[in-house]
Design a protein around this ligand. Structure first.
Ligand code: PEP
Length: 256
């Protein structure tokens, strides 16, 4: 982490927790992270729980994120949710380009870029995910793949330096318990930082680059101490307030 950027710890609940248990989890997260004033904390419940969780988070420091969004403002898109609808219920953030959406729902770099543009235009802060598969890593293609994914949206987030965040999530580390080593993660984060610097110094200084992939209280300290890792996007360990807030606590200690 670097003192220039506030750490950001975000929980991606995926398709877990309906409104009732989601309100409980969000309230527990609000309570257990309340003292970590140096850390920005975000939770991303499923769509159906957003409204009630937004209510439960009123008055807390925890901000709300969606896990996906349609790029259009309205229309005949059955089953989809528009940027304005998310804003209306208090979503400040949206996770875009998660590897599960890329792999299972066919989201290409171009689709991700279109969504990033729609979020930026609407004033919703995107957390844009990038990351290589195990095959791509084993072929030595990690940096090329991540660069290709980045290049699809970097110029779009350049309008407002620091508004968007980027999450490096090696696909082989997501939900597997196999975490990237600090060196593996830092190598990719440094490349992302250099790509941001090529746009301009403000982009490099202000954009938070999160690590995601089996991040937990056990491995957070090492990863969050790396100079270009500014926080985490957490799946499994965000489903228990205790584990999630321990990662936020680690970020708070390192940030000082
Ligand atoms: C994720 O899906 O964004 C993620 C990082 O999941 P996990 O922490 O479970 O690996």
């Amino acid at each position: 982490m670097n003192q220039a950027r506030r750490p950001l710890i975000a929980g991606n609940w995926k398709m877990n927790h309906g409104a009732a248990s989601g309100v409980q989890l969000a309230s527990d997260v609000a309570r257990t992270t309340a003292a970590f004033g140096s850390v920005d904390v975000v939770v991303a419940p499923p769509f159906s729980a957003l409204w009630k969780v937004a209510d439960a988070l009123q008055g807390s420091r925890v901000e709300l994120s969606a896990q996906n969004m349609h790029p259009k403002a309205s229309g005949a898109f059955t089953g989809e949710v528009a940027p304005g609808m998310l804003l209306e219920i208090g979503c400040k953030w949206v996770i875009l380009g998660h590897s599960e959406r890329r792999a299972m729902f066919g989201e290409s770099d171009a689709v991700v870029a279109e969504k990033v543009k729609a979020a930026m235009d609407a004033g919703i802060r995107p957390i844009v995910c990038v990351g290589e598969t195990l095959d791509e890593r084993e072929r030595g293609d990690t940096l090329n793949v991540v660069k290709r994914q980045l290049n699809a949206f970097l110029s779009i987030i350049a309008d407002k330096p620091g508004f968007a965040a980027i999450a490096y999530e090696p696909v082989w580390a997501i939900g597997t318990g196999k975490v990237a080593t600090t060196a593996e993660a830092q190598e990719v984060h440094a490349m992302i930082r250099a790509s941001l610097a090529a746009i301009g110094p403000a982009m490099a200084e202000k954009t938070r680059i999160l690590y995601g992939g089996s991040l937990s209280p056990k491995n957070a300290d090492g990863l969050l101490r790396e100079p270009d890792i500014d926080g985490g996007l957490i799946g499994g360990a965000s489903l228990k307030a205790e584990d999630f807030s321990k990662v936020a606590e680690t970020a708070q200690k390192i940030a000082g």
